[in-house]
Design a protein around this ligand. Structure first.
Ligand code: PGA
Length: 255
């Protein structure tokens, strides 16, 4: 199956930026700029911005995602948000296993897997993030790290459920550092991820999965990264907070 048959997806990951009012203002800037996009456009925003973001994007082609979710339906998990809470207000996507969650908040492949399964069961589409640290790349174990993450994060996810999973390859050394992986480096790992999916499922199932690249993707490098066969989209941090830059990346994905 060729790239054209996969859904190109550009998702903004706003991280801990923008108040609800600021979120509305930014989305009001973004929506007219991306209205003719020939790809899926998503903004993943902080929990308290979700309601405002859903309102601001109603009737547009921009979809809204959360930046995490818990695996339990409810209970004594102070500070956590359930999939049911997200679903009820109209959230469609959820970023899971972002390297910042793994690095700063003790996220493990086991908890990423639990969150992924809960999100899928609730009808949310998870954007599951994987990626190697700089020293792992330097020690030449990128493939081992990625293979392990893919296998563990997607453990017990059925082939049918996989249709609703997006994978984001985000080399940790490229996130927020201004250091982008070269297009060839991104392609190499995204192709490796697809090969792992083919091993775990089958080639057809693997060919249908959207694999994004993330890590300092911007309006200047998006064209080249997105031209690669196995790079089907982007998960954009910094550049997603500037409407014109985000729209330029969406345009690059729409070609
Ligand atoms: P960045 O972040 O584009 O600012 O590097 C990407 C991400 O963390 O998803």
């Amino acid at each position: 199956m060729d790239k054209a048959k996969r859904k190109a997806i550009i998702a903004g990951n706003w991280k801990m930026n923008k108040t609800p009012k600021e979120a509305t203002a930014l989305l009001n800037e973004i929506t007219p700029l991306v209205k003719d996009a020939d790809c899926e456009v998503i903004a993943c925003v902080p929990y308290v911005d979700l309601a405002a973001a859903i309102e601001a994007t109603a009737g547009t082609n921009v979809k809204i995602g959360a930046e995490n979710c818990h695996w339990a339906a409810s209970g004594a998990f102070t500070g956590e948000i359930s999939t049911g809470m997200l679903k009820e207000i109209g959230v469609e996507y959820v970023v899971l296993g972002h390297s910042e969650r793994r690095q700063y908040f003790g996220e493990t492949d086991e908890t990423v897997n639990k969150r992924t399964k809960a999100a899928l069961a609730a009808g949310l589409k998870p954007i599951v993030c994987v990626g190697e640290l700089l020293w792992e790349r330097e020690c030449d174990i990128t493939e081992e790290v990625i293979a392990r993450q893919i296998k563990l994060d997607l453990w017990d996810v059925s082939e049918d459920e996989l249709k609703n999973v997006v994978i984001a390859y985000e080399p940790v050394w490229a996130i927020g550092t201004g250091k982008t992986a070269t297009a060839d480096q991104a392609e190499e790992v995204c192709a490796f991820i697809r090969a792992q999916l083919a091993k775990l499922y089958n080639q057809d199932a693997a060919d249908a999965v959207t694999i994004q690249y993330g890590g300092s993707m911007n309006d200047g490098n998006a064209d080249e990264l997105l031209s690669k066969t196995n790079v089907d989209g982007g998960l954009i941090g910094g550049a997603s907070l500037v409407a014109e830059k985000f729209a330029a990346i969406v345009k690059a994905a729409s070609k």
